[in-house]
Design a protein around this ligand. Structure first.
Ligand SMILES: Cc1cc2nc3c(=O)[nH]c(=O)nc-3n(C[C@H](O)[C@H](O)[C@H](O)COP(=O)(O)OP(=O)(O)OC[C@H]3O[C@@H](n4cnc5c(N)ncnc54)[C@H](O)[C@@H]3O)c2cc1C
Length: 288
């Protein structure tokens, strides 16, 4: 029989992870669905569970110099309206689930669940966000794009817990998060795009593109993005087909119950084309 433990603090939770075969339960909105039993019997957990959503040390939003730090157990709803949370992250969260789910679902859970359709992931990749992993032996930082290696696969040791997410401060003249789902709210992404650009004096000073739900993990390629740095806005717009061609081999969606791979492939490219075509010379540069 599996054990269910509710630790009083982070240290107690880390001790359980170190000494036993435990899995972290945050808001449970992914885990409860994954482990539900269709025959009305209790949830089928293969491991001991350690419940951590209540741990205050792991909740909250703190503004530091040039970054914001978010406790892994912070509910998504707390992030939605917080002024220190980057607007792109808030935009992605605004497209997620329903208010009832967002009040319990956590940012750490969306990352650690490592679903190709996890909606905060394209934005976190785009913003070069990192995760803090803690164990009794200490802590380490890792970029979220290096942490996730595939669907539900992470470079996290059994005795480690994701404790904090750090998001560097960035300014863009243009940014977007678009999610295509089966309906307007409470739908899992068929395709998503997070994109941002900084256009300075008519030239591309920064271009970032991240697709969700079109490959085993988020698709972001900094070499392709960098190839457009210094290009004029009109060169980028005229070259949009060349840019799309570069992404064709990287977008490798699957057929599943939500959508077909050909549809996903085409929609992903359309979203990127729309973003590039929407770019214009900024009239003022907020935040500079
Ligand atoms: C009705 C419904 C609608 C949804 N809609 C969306 C949506 O639109 N977009 C979307 O992206 N997701 C959606 N989800 C999925 C889910 O709500 C999110 O992924 C959520 O952020 C998961 O967070 P959680 O705290 O509930 O994670 P949990 O279910 O508690 O955990 C998820 C996984 O992460 C691990 N984990 C959690 N926290 C940690 C930690 N700190 N350290 C190490 N491992 C950890 C757990 O062990 C588990 O494997 C939806 C779910 C439901 C039920």
């Amino acid at each position: 029989m599996v054990e269910h433990r509710i630790p009083e603090n982070l240290n107690e939770a880390l001790k359980l992870l170190y000494h036993g075969d435990y899995q972290v339960m945050a808001g449970g909105t992914d885990l409860m669905v994954q482990r539900r039993s269709l025959s009305d019997t209790p949830l089928d957990f293969p491991k001991n569970m350690v419940y951590c959503a209540h741990l205050q040390e792991l909740r909250g939003i703190r503004k530091e110099a040039h970054r914001v730090e978010i406790g892994a157990m912070t509910p998504l709803e707390d992030l939605l309206c917080h002024p220190d949370v980057p607007s792109l992250v808030r935009r992605a969260i605004g497209e997620m689930a329903s208010p009832a789910i967002r009040h319990v679902a956590t940012l750490g859970g969306n990352i650690a669940n490592a679903s190709p359709a996890g909606d905060t992931l394209p934005v976190l990749y785009l913003l070069d966000a990192w995760a803090e992993l803690r164990s009794l032996a200490g802590s380490r930082m890792i970029l979220i794009r290096d942490l996730i290696t595939g669907p539900r696969a992470l470079k996290i040791h059994p005795e480690e817990m994701l404790t904090k997410i750090g998001i560097p401060e960035m300014h863009f003249s243009h940014e977007t998060f678009v999610k295509v789902g089966g309906r307007q709210a409470d739908a899992i992404s068929k395709v998503s795009l997070a994109a941002a650009a900084d256009i300075v004096e008519g030239k591309v000073s920064d271009l970032r593109i991240a697709f969700g739900a079109v490959a085993p993990t988020v698709v972001r390629d900094e070499t392709l993005e960098g190839a457009w740095e210094g290009a004029t806005l009109s060169e980028l717009k005229v070259g949009v087909w060349r840019l799309l061609d570069m992404y064709v081999p990287l977008i490798r969606p699957i057929d599943d119950q939500r959508s077909g791979k050909h549809y996903r492939h085409q929609v992903a490219l359309n979203l990127l084309r729309d973003f590039i075509e929407s770019l214009s010379e900024p009239t003022s540069e907020p935040g500079r």
